[in-house]
Design a binder for this molecule. Structure first.
Ligand SMILES: Nc1ncnc2c1ncn2[C@@H]1O[C@H](COP(=O)(O)OP(=O)(O)OP(=O)(O)O)[C@@H](O)[C@H]1O
Length: 324
């Protein structure tokens, strides 16, 4: 189990991380999410041992000590995959992956490299020099190299950021499945809501260097505590309830995802279409609701200035308000 206790950190004078404490169980996958600059990478680097902190970090019973105590940062059982991939350009893909593997058993080493290249779908390019790879291919090789020595704890910083959409979904399903099968504990810092929602047992949400919320991804998504959290998962509407419920005087605000607002034939709520965006699966409609711009999903395109009726389940509004 990883235990992080009371971490504070600054690069210069202003605090970058403040009073961070959390724990991660063996084999658990955690997504670390938050706005750019909130301190996600710095936190991963601290756990890996690249910075000094007065707080405490333990992996099981071992205290992880920072650079003031370790000449070479990092422990053998932790791997950190940074945003820069740090590959050896003149070496082949296979040699980069096998760089830290022992040469004592060449057959075993070869098999291990092949297994890892299959996980990241790079086996066809095993002989290609790293300098001739695209950014996304380099990222996949770096991921395979991070896995090579079977870490107990894996820290991934935006691990799929350079990988095209076409390949990303399949790749991350393979990688996280492999990590679960091997019982590897993993923390992924990410901006991608799919990484955060689909592949994590727990999400930790950071804001301005602090832990802002944490919990199961589904719970956080369905009951976001505020707009900051909800907006990390995509577009979000914040609407006062007097605009949603006839006769309601309250100006309390409710958060609604675009897919939770349904266009219907007739209802108490009419909106005027402002703009329509094709999203592939359907259209995202921007509309005016009594002076508030809202976004909702619709199967077909809608014309600008068209009046449309929309409906939101009252139960949903009430449950979101209750949460606040
Ligand atoms: N080496 C450094 N020296 C000084 N300040 C730094 C350094 N690295 C990061 N910072 C600052 O620390 C803060 C946190 O940065 P960090 O990279 O940890 O955030 P992040 O949440 O990972 O951002 P992103 O999502 O954009 O990668 C930012 O204000 C950043 O400018």
């Amino acid at each position: 189990m990883l235990q992080v206790k009371n971490i504070d950190f600054s690069y210069h004078t202003s605090p970058v991380l403040q009073n961070i404490s959390f724990q991660v169980n063996k084999g658990e996958h955690v997504s670390l999410i938050g706005a750019s600059g909130c301190g996600k990478s710095t936190l991963l680097q601290l756990i890996y041992g690249l910075h000094h902190t007065d707080g405490r970090i333990y992996w099981n019973d071992i205290e992880l000590l920072g650079p003031n105590f370790n000449l070479v940062p990092g422990e053998d059982f932790i791997k950190y995959l940074a945003q820069d991939f740090d590959l050896m350009p003149p070496l082949s893909v296979a040699d980069n992956v096998g760089k830290y593997l022992s040469n004592m058993y060449p057959k075993k080493k070869k098999q291990r490299i092949q297994e890892l290249l299959e996980v990241v779908e790079m086996h066809d390019l095993a002989g290609v020099k790293a300098k001739n790879l695209s950014g996304g291919q380099q990222q996949r090789v770096a991921l395979a190299r991070a896995l090579a020595k079977q870490p107990e704890l894996l820290l991934l910083d935006e691990p799929f950021s350079h990988i095209d959409h076409f390949r990303k979904n399949n790749l991350r399903r393979r990688v996280y499945k492999y990590l679960k099968e091997q019982n590897i504990t993993c923390i992924t810092a990410t901006h991608d809501s799919t990484d955060a929602l689909s592949f994590a047992d727990k999400s930790i949400i950071m804001k301005n260097g602090k832990i802002h919320a944490q919990g199961k991804p589904k719970d956080i998504y369905t009951m976001p505590p505020n707009k900051y959290v909800a907006s990390l998962f995509g577009d979000i509407n914040e609407i006062t309830i007097n605009k949603l419920i006839e006769g309601e005087k309250s100006k309390k605000r409710v958060l609604l995802y675009p897919h939770e607002i349904n266009a219907v034939e007739n209802s108490e709520i009419s909106v005027k279409v402002l703009q329509s965006f094709f999203t592939g699966k359907e259209f995202l409609i921007k509309a005016d609701l009594k002076g508030t711009e809202i976004l909702f999903e619709h199967k077909t395109d809608l014309k600008k200035t068209e009046t449309v009726f929309v409906e939101i389940p009252k139960q949903l509004i009430l449950s979101r308000l209750k949460k606040k």
